[in-house]
Design a binder for this molecule. Sequence first.
Ligand SMILES: [Ca+2]
Ligand SMILES: [Ca+2]
Length: 227
Amino acid sequence: VPSPFLTPGPSLPYSLLPPLRLALPLPEELPSLGSRASTLLRDEELEEIKKETGFSHSQITRLYSRFTSLDKGENGTLSREDFQRIPELAINPLGDRIINAFFSEGEDQVNFRGFMRTLAHFRPIEDNEKSKDVNGPEPLNSRSNKLHFAFRLYDLDKDDKISRDELLQVLRMMVGVNISDEQLGSIADRTIQEADQDGDSAISFTEFVKVLEKVDVEQKMSIRFLH
Ligand SMILES: [Ca+2]
Ligand SMILES: [Ca+2]
């Protein structure tokens, strides 16, 4: 009998926000002048990305060099296969869903701008940003945008609801083989019961946000740059 302490997977109640920590190995050194990375990333584009994503100049340059090293086709875009070469994504149980989130509807390539926009959801909120510019556009890494990102990982058919089936699919990815379909079904039912307020047996984004009200989103959704 396997020890219950070794049983992987979600316990009851299942948190609708699975840990989404991205770890990206980055080159230690900034690419030197004249290298491919610094010649292709134009200054004005760098400024725009900085404004849009909040990443620093040095983070963007290093992510660009990481991006180009993943770009095996050398055409300035990444395919799904390119992403699968990031070991941290390849071993993440939700890796495929996360990779999917980088791609716009119907697209099978993502450019650097799009890559950075998705990564920005994982950027920590810094103290000096908390009170900043209430009239400006909402930053990509705001609590609400982070939650929306997590919500979309479930909502495959994009009807703005998480159905029991969609929840089950993600649960299945999160657990090992030690949990039976019955047990998983009952976790899904309990999770929906807890979140569902309008009685449609599905979880809307509003219900999703409400049930995660007290959850430390920052702590569960983050990006770490490995050196
Ligand atoms: Ca749905
Ligand atoms: Ca509902």
